[in-house]
Design a protein around this ligand. Sequence first.
Ligand code: ADP
Ligand code: ZN
Length: 430
Amino acid sequence: MFWNEELETIEENKLRNLQLKLLRDTIGRVYFNVPFYRDRFQQINLKPDDINFVQDINRLPFTTREDILNNYPTGLLAVPRDEMVRVHTSSGTTGKPKAIFFTKNDIDKAADLIARCLVMTGMRKNDVLQNMMTYGLFTGALVMHYGAEKVGVLIVPSGPGNTERQIMLMKDFHTTALHITPSYALYLADYIKTKGIEPAKDLYIKRAYLGAEPYSEETRKKIEEMLSIDVFNSYGLSEMNGPGVAFECEYKKGMHIWEDNFIVEIIDPDTGEVLQDGQKGEMVLTTLQREGMPLIRYRTRDITTIIPERCPCGRTHRRIDRIFGRSDDMFIVKGVNIFPQQIENVLMATKGVAQNYQIVLESLDNMIVKVEIAKDLFDGNVMHLVNLQNKIVESLKKEILVKPKVELLEPGALPFSEGKAKRVIDNRTL
Ligand code: ADP
Ligand code: ZN
């Protein structure tokens, strides 16, 4: 089923023509209304009329996270502040956050993209969505909320936390779908299991939308099995509306990115060179329909690839692969580049490993992987622990090429967050 069949299955050449029209329009608007962009374009002697093909986009300069911060709060607005009806910020762990403004139309467009995503995964008017993302300054919960309302599903705006109450709500309101972070989903699945609740029998959940942080295919499988549901990957970032940028369809093989709203490019993060479909690099996104705060060639720092093949579902918007990590998540141990994702892949594929883990960087060549394991493994037989520990060390070495220290912990020993998980603790002093 489609929310907007005509647009979702639009012929490829028509899609490119539409992109060109929207791109020219966007460039014109920022050139005349945003001094930051006008200056940038003038520096390279570029006029809006110089853009004649979608590919001409690679003549435009990138916009970075620093550009948004330097123009905080209202420096990048393309229409008067009075036209804005909402502002969201992204986490900004230190100092000022990134502020993203929305006009009424922007809110409506973002909701429309979510509606496409939800209907694409089988959601209908009679479904019940428990929205377990944080309501507030973040985009995650509210943008999903407005989109779900458009489809007409019943929303339970529970936010995260208070797991006991979440389960009560699921039972009382017959929740059929969850919107949740992967780390909280793992915790929830485990909680449900330890309470002796059988999801297939005692609950009504059919699907969950997991996003906001990277997770592995193994994590997806684990959650699907533990809760007897389908898990769909959901990608977004505040700078580009929040959720609804790219989403998996029923085939669960990569996320369709809505190309009538975004131009997607993959670049080499070191040189800025545009890479071919299928090559792994940093994703760069340009908004095509934003009124309030259009962004040109925004460097997301997220590492992925564009999947070149057509999807059997009939949608022509290309798919991006699972986010491999953020370029700024990468760390170096003994001279080897490592993404937390690689470690998670190994851990979640290992029998006996529970839900939570943490990577502690002690020095340039010393890292500790702390991992919670199943309770019954602490049964007094030390050999079970030693064997598991060795197995994890060996599998990690195969994947990341360096041998980390591995510590096994009882379930619940590591700090747990209901929002985005903090997986890497950096104790290195430079
Ligand atoms: P912040 O950038 O401060 O974390 P956001 O809430 O905007 O704030 O987070 C967006 C980021 O979250 C993305 O750039 C990406 O790194 C990550 N993210 C979102 N969805 C996914 C997903 N499905 N898989 C992996 N990472 C994701
Ligand atoms: Zn598809």
